[in-house]
Design a protein around this ligand. Sequence first.
Ligand SMILES: Cc1cc2nc3c(=O)[nH]c(=O)nc-3n(C[C@H](O)[C@H](O)[C@H](O)COP(=O)(O)OP(=O)(O)OC[C@H]3O[C@@H](n4cnc5c(N)ncnc54)[C@H](O)[C@@H]3O)c2cc1C
Length: 417
Amino acid sequence: MTVLDRDELPEEPAARRGVPQSRQLHALLARGRAVLEDLFPGTNERLIASGALEMDLQSDLHWYLDGRLLRPEPSGLIGLAVSRPVVEAVIRSQVADMAEVTIMDGCDVTGLTSSSDRGRISGVRIRTRADGRNSSVLDADLVVDAAGRGAHTSAWLQELGYQPAPEESVRIELAYLSRFYRREAHHLGGRIGTAIAPYPGQNRSGFVNAQEGDRFMVTLSSCGGGELPTRDAAMAEYADSLVAPDVAEIIRTATPLTEPVLMRYPASVRRRYELLDRFPEGYLVIADALCSFNPIYGQGMTVAALEARLLQRLLQEDHDDLSRRFFTAVSELLDTPWSLIMSGDLRFPFVEGERSEGLLAMGEYLDRYRAAATHDATLATALIRVMNMVDEPARLMAPDLEARVRDAARAVPASDV
Ligand SMILES: Cc1cc2nc3c(=O)[nH]c(=O)nc-3n(C[C@H](O)[C@H](O)[C@H](O)COP(=O)(O)OP(=O)(O)OC[C@H]3O[C@@H](n4cnc5c(N)ncnc54)[C@H](O)[C@@H]3O)c2cc1C
């Protein structure tokens, strides 16, 4: 098995060009942590040895949803506060330790090669620094395209006479601005972090999360095309407009360690290969190249790990008819995280998309649910479990939770719900 990457891969954890989001805030959901451990036993231990911090996702991280603090109590759901370069470095070292794997870095994939009838992908065209302008061919029984959001899959398939996959997108027009600060014991009362999510009427959001090396990463964000400030005073002012003071506290009182880095994320995109009539054998598309999610939900690495585990299982079962089997199964896997994005982002009036009556009714229920979860720790934990992809969203509509939402609406003044 050969892993190809166009970047020169660093020995130590470091942000890199091929992964522009590596300079932005990342955290690992509880489910992602469990699945990575399953795929690569020992991952958790290695991440923690590299400085990752375990965090209870309800008490160590404060969540502000719809402008209200979700009741912070221990949930038993443990995620990891860790920078993206450390996650990559740990996984990469585990992959590199596998005897059957060769990693070729500094190697740009420029296209696909196929059988003469074009029914099967037979390898990739590659170009390394040493090749200059020439490219060579690497033969393969199976090519897995994990080239991220910028993958050239559609163009490569069209060159071979295939239709591009039907595409769904949810345009959120997000901007992210992240910066490291020195973390000291007194900051946030010693807590790991705070997530202040945007909601209709408030397109601004802010996040602060501890990272390895006694650092915080602070992220200011806007959706709907808003601009972000990059100077200290303006950043603090922006953070002041958020509902909780935590982000502004770090910007004002902690020492900045890096310059702020801006990144734009226009839309979540899902490519539906399972709907195509024709698709070549010997080729799969996975992770962000297949479906990329609004990063505010923090699902990307977890979904990528779930897809990898699905592929592992399918390959263990049988190698025949793999592309159809994979795209059908992965589509089912993606339905849940995609529905979370749809129902969350379509709350914003500027996001285009069909709002069915079912979706609106669900949205109205979830508004009341989130309000109730500011007082009711059980509701808050159930919500955090869904946000962490541990439970299905349908759990939030279960009779026991619905009753609690109803009771809370009676107990809490109407203005609060
Ligand atoms: C701002 C932001 C914040 C995020 N925060 C979180 C978070 O908190 N938690 C979370 O779970 N997820 C988060 N995500 C999502 C997460 O980063 C992605 O879902 C995840 O990295 C997807 O992995 P991937 O392998 O598909 O793509 P990538 O990680 O983007 O990797 C693609 C790789 O392909 C290589 N490559 C590309 N083209 C070629 C080529 N032609 N030839 C050779 N190599 C090539 C690149 O060099 C790169 O190494 C965030 C995303 C963004 C944008």
